[in-house]
Design a binder for this molecule. Sequence first.
Ligand code: LFR
Length: 509
Amino acid sequence: TTLTAFAAVDLGATSGRVMLGLVRDAATVDLVETGRFPNGPVTAPDGESLHWDVLRLWEGVVDGLREAGRVAATHGVELSGVGVDSWAVDYGLVGDDEHLVRPARCYRDPRFLDVADGVYERVPASEHYAVNGLQHLPFTTEFQLVDEVTGGAGEAFAAARTLLLIPDLITFWLSGRRVAEVTNASTTGLLDARARTWSSALLGRLAAEYPGLGRLPALLPELVEAGTVVGELGPWVRARTGLGPVPVVAVASHDTAAAVVGTPLPARQGDEVAAYVSSGTWSLVGLELDAPVLTEASRAAGFTNELGLDGTVRYLHNVMGLWVLDECRREWARTGDPVDLGELLAAAAAEPGGRTVVDLDDPAFLAPGDMPRRVAHAAARAGQPVPATRAQTARAVLDSLAAAYARTIHQAAALAGVRVTQVHVVGGGSRNALLCRLTADATGLPVVAGPVEAAALGNVLVQARAVGVLVDDDVDDDGGPRGLGGLRDVVAASSDLVRIDPARIDPAR
Ligand code: LFR
């Protein structure tokens, strides 16, 4: 066997991980966790605004890389690449040296909730959508930036030399190079979804309305497509990790883009496609397309055209996700009555289904806080039975999630003019058997659950291809880089997938 090793840094809203990916005979990947560290929004001394402790994450990354190198050595190999993915939208402002000019803000900061309305009065939502193709989310980078220059942070903004999204920031600290990887840049609102470049039209419109943003084009780094080798580990990182000049690869650095690469989607057959649900803190629900859908109907339905690997488009909608259930559990733990997840799910499974279904798209669920109470309020407002127990609350959240998945998948198919034949659930939620069963039943479609580690796998595969380990080995082998289908063959060969059939087939199919 030939073995090659890659370190995938995958930063999530609740934890960051470093995974060693061991690629065997260019056919399978084994993942070994070599670092895990907690993450979460930290409240500033003003008692309200939320930030990320990026330097703490950086420490975790460095420790995890050192350990990845050590474990790789026990297999007789050195690292052939390092790549970073994380949640989208958020950024650091970096000065002339490597330092942040102010702490990185967290997209759940309640201050962002009201910014977009003012922006849309000046530059209408439809004008945005025609260019950037993004669903409305109150915290899109563009709105955070407007808040920077209108809300009293203008000085830090003026002192910055570069704006780097979170994975690009870590990539900069690793390699010394300032770039913007395109899958994540597509979540800023500043990209042209068709051209895959910064939109000078939108940037010009914004600068005309908000003079403080006149500098923004100068702060945006060069864009690179996923799979670009941006450099190698800098001397300071080598000294701290004992690693050599390992290539640093810009992977599909938006965690959702990495997860979609790591989803074993079958190739499209005519108008038949598979849908995906990347189910973690958020549930990202949609389709992989080869061109954006920029119609008014698509905008009104809340669909985004984020960019994916190899020219693809991630046509999806953000469903609030397991965050709501996780926040419920955090609240119960805070108030002295923690509950084990397995027990909670077993109790929820025993509850009658479909009793309470609330709209998880409501921004009321966005900020951290007393989530059981917010679920109860939402139920009462919608005239639905108010959950009285923790099991009922959990069941209401999961029924609401499954209903949102079904609605979103059917809408996406209608708007994109395709037929969906199965649903792939990846990420942490793919382990939640109740959620997967409810999803099969709500959609009337078979669910394929797994892999859990889709984002880390997608991260490793893009690196392996970038450094020439995964080349085309089809019959008429051209020795070129493997396509997405070839990468997904490796995902399927590396994962235990579970198929769940719906109780009844959707009559609409
Ligand atoms: C998932 C995710 C979503 C993005 C949200 C905020 O982790 O990246 O795709 O909308 O976090 O960045």
